[in-house]
Design a binder for this molecule. Structure first.
Ligand code: SF4
Length: 271
């Protein structure tokens, strides 16, 4: 029996979770199993880094919306001052300025399912051009090819073009006219990924294939990953009898899933 109904809301995080470990997808997104164990051994430091990232994004969102802040508490995390100082030199004037949307959530169809994306910033011009901007507070800057293949890139660009005329309130968005800009606070540096009709088609097909493979999987097919390095940072390791995996960290955390907001849970940013 399929566990996923038509209309299910997928996101880059849930799709990526399934790719990394089908059982974690089952526990996290289907069973909504509470965490039985700390997410990782250095959970406090990792959570502090994620919280600093959340605070940074909130500061940037406020600044872009023209909301004056009474002050930024840079003492919350050692990296915040570096990130904030770096962001203030980001050249916003280089972006299209006909329409700018901050923290924009989007839900678009994907076959029988739905796909969710949330843009840090979307900048649109008058000539049908549009750029998705994503602020990154990673410790290191990934390679261009890694970001090009990332599910986030594929999901966001696909969602933007699929939403098309809903965004422009007019003509659809041509894939060749849209791009994604990642800005890395730790550089600071940025990379721009172009899009195309061929990539859009490819993204549609691969994302739909992935969503359908999840939707058609039976519970007993959602099994533990073979890569035990994924288990080191996973709160379900006691349920999976993978506690001995501690110490083999893959370097990829899981807690960032929690930064994602599902459609039903989109919190109002408290200004
Ligand atoms: S502990 Fe390992 S096998 Fe179990 S859900 Fe987490 S990542 Fe998957």
């Amino acid at each position: 029996m399929s566990l996923i109904e038509p209309g299910h809301l997928f996101s880059q995080h849930s799709l990526r979770t399934y790719q990394r470990c089908p059982r974690r997808f089952l526990l996290r997104y289907v069973d909504r199993q509470p965490w039985p164990a700390p997410e990782r051994e250095d959970a406090a430091a990792y959570a502090a880094h994620l919280e600093a990232g959340r605070v940074f994004h909130e500061w940037v969102a406020r600044a872009l919306m023209g909301i004056r802040s009474v002050g930024h508490d840079l003492s919350l995390h050692p990296d915040l001052e570096t990130w904030w100082t770096a962001w203030q030199s980001f050249d916003l004037r280089a972006l299209p300025d006909h329409l700018r949307e901050v923290e924009l959530p989007l839900v678009v169809p994907l076959g029988d399912y739905r796909l969710y994306a949330r843009f840090d910033l979307l900048a649109c011009g008058t000539a049908g051009d549009a750029v998705i901007i994503d602020w990154k507070t990673l410790g290191t800057v990934p390679r261009l090819e890694t970001m090009r293949r990332a599910l986030q890139t594929r999901v966001y660009l696909y969602a933007l073009v699929a939403a098309g005329s809903v965004i422009t309130a007019g003509a659809p968005l041509e894939p060749e006219r849209v791009s994604m800009l990642y800005w890395f606070a730790s550089g600071p540096s940025q990379m721009v990924l172009d899009y195309s009709r061929a990539l859009h088609r490819e993204n549609y097909e691969s994302l739909l294939r992935l969503a359908e493979s999840i939707a058609h999987a039976a519970r007993e097919e959602m099994v533990r990953t073979d890569d035990v390095r994924e288990c080191e940072g996973c709160a379900y390791r006691t349920l999976c009898e993978r506690e001995t995996a501690v110490g083999q960290d893959s370097g990829q955390g899981w807690l960032d899933e929690d930064l994602e907001f599902s459609l039903e849970e989109v919190p109002e940013v408290d200004f």
